[in-house]
Design a protein. Structure first.
Ligand code: NAD
Ligand code: MG
Length: 401
């Protein structure tokens, strides 16, 4: 006879040391921690102290740092614990391939694509925060999850809201998807004002506390652009069915409009743990210790049309969707390079969109992807071209100074 104890769900958190990763571990803790779950693997990058502490606290089987150079540090931090250690790309793949039913994809950027794909291909349920997977690999990624047999459950707050507002047997009656956007810290700023801002100023989001890339992406609205493309692939809608509305309070997380004029929305305080908890216990809801909305205190919800002149990323995302093929991958890769150049002070805030646009326009003849290799090739070429565009910007700024 086997023991009567129910089998614990096995989870892996790719990107456990980040903003989504730490929120995920908090949700896991709230839902019973080690009594309810087994952690197959946790992964991070440079923050070895936190990664080792997480691995120890959760009793993870495997801890992986993306950074090869940190392997020995991680190994000594975990000496004597019995926790296995790995590093680099192969280590990330090893983490993704560990037998776990549910994998949180919370690595930032395209670095998350290969490990998330590996988890999808072996049939894990994918809780997807790492939107860059969908922006870059689009339908190929969706197909990989379907072929693996797992579910794709969105964690991005907007997409979780849409997922929660979609009535499964009424897909034919979906007219539009309305993504809400806070507008970020520069919602009311002119382009002249934005031109000179530093990363320190741009990262200060009014409502959400998040990792650096997505915070800068909220200020430039590149994040919303990526989310438009993410929505297209997740919900299989036409670009013309995707709207963005600026909603500064970030209370309505997004909405679905139906052919009968009804609009179904999901609301909540801006706290990623609600979307993470939903992805973990889907299709059931659970009890979470997060703030509750107080409508009388809120008093009002505001809305405005987005401004594609001050925030060209929205226009670029629409162009990428209309052009189709690998333009999402190209836009995403160029933006990632431009983001790194901006935070290291090499280019200005507005240069990021210019660089993405130049690279997209220079790569309109790239054929649609037949395989993931094509995605990685377009990503690589877009990065190289974006690096050139960064150098051109620096040269021009130097000449003007
Ligand atoms: P973050 O920067 O806080 O954390 C990123 C994680 O990825 C960390 O664990 C880091 O160690 C790891 N990492 C960084 N570079 C890596 C590399 N080269 N290889 C492997 N791992 C690497 O980011 P975040 O804000 O938690 O965002 C993670 C993902 O979730 C992003 O795709 C973001 O767009 C998405 N997302 C985040 C939020 C949020 O509230 N933070 C909301 C919605 C969606
Ligand atoms: Mg979002």
């Amino acid at each position: 006879m086997t023991s009567g104890a129910p089998e614990k769900r096995r989870l892996t958190i790719l990107g456990s040391t980040g903003s989504i990763g730490t929120n995920t571990l908090d949700v896991i803790d709230q839902l019973g921690g080690r009594d309810a779950f087994e952690i197959a693997a946790v992964t991070g990058n440079g923050n070895i102290g936190l990664l080792a502490a997480q691995a120890t606290a959760t009793g993870a089987e495997l801890a992986v740092t993306a950074s090869e150079g940190q392997y020995e540090n991680l190994k000594s931090a975990l000496a004597g614990t019995g926790i296995e250690v790995a590093a680099g790309r192969s280590g990330l793949i090893e983490a993704a391939e560990r037998d776990a039913d549910w994998v949180m994809a919370a690595i930032v950027g395209t670095a998350g694509l290969a490990p998330t794909l590996a988890a999808a291909r072996r049939g894990a349920d994918i809780a997807l925060a790492n939107k860059e997977c969908l922006v870059s690999a689009g339908d190929l990624f969706v197909r990989a999850v379907a072929e693996g047999g797992g579910r794709l459950i969105p964690v991005d707050s907007e997409h979780s809201a849409i997922f929660q507002s979609l009535e499964d047997d009424q897909r034919h009656a979906v007219e539009r998807i309305v993504l809400t956007a806070s507008g970020g810290p520069f919602r009311t700023w002119s382009r002249e004002q934005m031109a000179g801002v530093t990363a320190e100023v741009a990262r200060a989001h009014p409502n959400w506390s998040m990792g650096l890339k997505i915070s800068i992406g909220s200020a430039s609205m590149f994040n919303k652009g990526l989310e438009m493309i993410e929505a297209k692939h997740l919900f299989d809608v036409a670009p013309s069915q995707i709207e963005v509305v600026v909603h500064p309070q970030s209370i309505i997380h997004s909405m679905v409009g139906y052919t009968d004029g009804s609009v179904i929305a999901q609301l909540g305080c801006p706290d990623m743990r609600t979307a993470i908890g939903y992805a973990l216990t889907y299709p059931m809801r659970t009890k979470l210790n997060v703030d509750r909305l107080d409508f009388a205190k809120l008093a009002r919800l505001d809305f405005e049309a987005p401004d594609e002149v001050r925030f060209p990323a929205l226009r670029l995302a629409r162009t990428a969707m209309e052009r189709g093929g690998l333009q999402g991958a190209i836009m995403n890769a160029a933006e990632e390079v431009a983001f790194h150049a901006f935070v290291s002070g090499r280019i200005g805030f507005l240069d990021m969109a210019d660089i993405a646009e130049v690279v997209m326009d220079r790569m309109t003849d790239v054929a649609p992807a037949a395989s993931m290799d094509d995605v990685f090739a377009a990503d690589g070429e877009a990065r190289a071209r974006a690096a050139e565009a960064v150098a051109e910007k620096e040269k021009a700024a130097g000449a003007a100074a």
